[in-house]
Design a protein around this ligand. Structure first.
Ligand code: SF4
Ligand code: FES
Length: 260
């Protein structure tokens, strides 16, 4: 504790939903953390990890969570803070209602405490081939040039940090549904628009026309409202609806659709 904290004696109360393992029962625990001006939720969690004692003085186990970049870029530290899924590294204690409630995202299986398994999202990205296959065995030189306006547009979609918040916000993503979720759909639009990525456009469209694909979107629009990066998810989904319709007709009529 710093001199300033000792002097002010001010503390912040946290209520944390804890779970010891994936199959364990969950329980709430409360912690009292010394206040520091400008502190974020992760700095409070770090204090709790170093001082694993509940607010009523009972020793407990250190709380676990995921984090990496600490600057809202990697998406690893997502959790539900006061009922809203968001990144704990950019959640400032001064801007939150107290006591501060921390829960793991419910869409993903809990590993332990606030740490969840986001494999569902990464598997969906694999399913839609959200990458550009290139031969890395020799120097390919510069990639194809893109018009500046298109590059700027693509940059907005490329800001997805696979944080999982749009999955948590979407009513159609659940353990009972195979929906691949909003973020992977938007990545299909990004890679299909890239000059090199377009080579695999048809495979990506086929992937989202199958089970768990576009048809599972209920258009609730929650995803776009929740995305911390402001990614136009619903615009991407609408655009993919058009693209898959055209793709379906071309396949049906057997047109030579590989030349456009
Ligand atoms: S689209 Fe937005 S909310 Fe969804 S995973 Fe990417 S950054 Fe997170
Ligand atoms: S630690 Fe990377 S987004 Fe929070």
């Amino acid at each position: 504790m710093t001199t300033q904290q000792v002097e002010t004696g001010k503390t912040v109360r946290f209520r944390i939903l804890r779970q010891d393992n994936p199959k364990g029962a969950s329980r709430w625990e409360e912690f009292e953390v010394p206040y520091r001006p400008g502190m974020n939720v992760i700095s409070a969690l770090m204090y709790i990890r170093q001082h694993p004692v509940t607010a009523d003085g009972k020793p407990t186990t250190p709380v676990t969570w995921d984090m990496n970049c600490l600057e809202e870029v990697c998406g690893a530290c997502s959790m539900v803070i006061n009922g809203r899924p968001r990144q704990s590294c950019s959640a400032l204690v001064d801007q939150l209602e107290h006591p501060i409630r921390l829960e793991p995202m419910k869409t993903f299986p809990v590993v332990r405490d606030l740490q969840v398994d986001r494999s569902r999202m990464f598997n969906a990205l694999k399913k839609v081939k959200a990458w550009i296959p290139i031969d890395g065995s020799y120097d390919l030189g510069e990639g194809p040039r893109m018009p500046e306006r298109k590059r700027q547009w693509a940059y907005e979609l490329s800001k997805c940090m696979t944080c999982g918040v749009c999955f948590e916000a979407c009513p159609n993503v659940s353990e009972k549904s195979s929906f691949i979720g909003p973020a992977p759909l938007s990545q299909v639009r990004l890679f299909n628009t890239h000059p090199t990525g377009a080579m695999n456009k048809d495979e990506r469209l086929d992937a989202i026309m199958g089970e768990g694909g576009l048809a599972n979107c209920g258009n609730s629009q929650n995803c776009v409202a929740a995305c911390p990066k402001g990614i136009p998810l619903t615009t991407s989904i609408a655009s993919l609806n058009r693209a898959t319709t055209v793709h379906m007709f071309r396949k049906f009529f057997g047109s030579d659709h590989m030349v456009d």
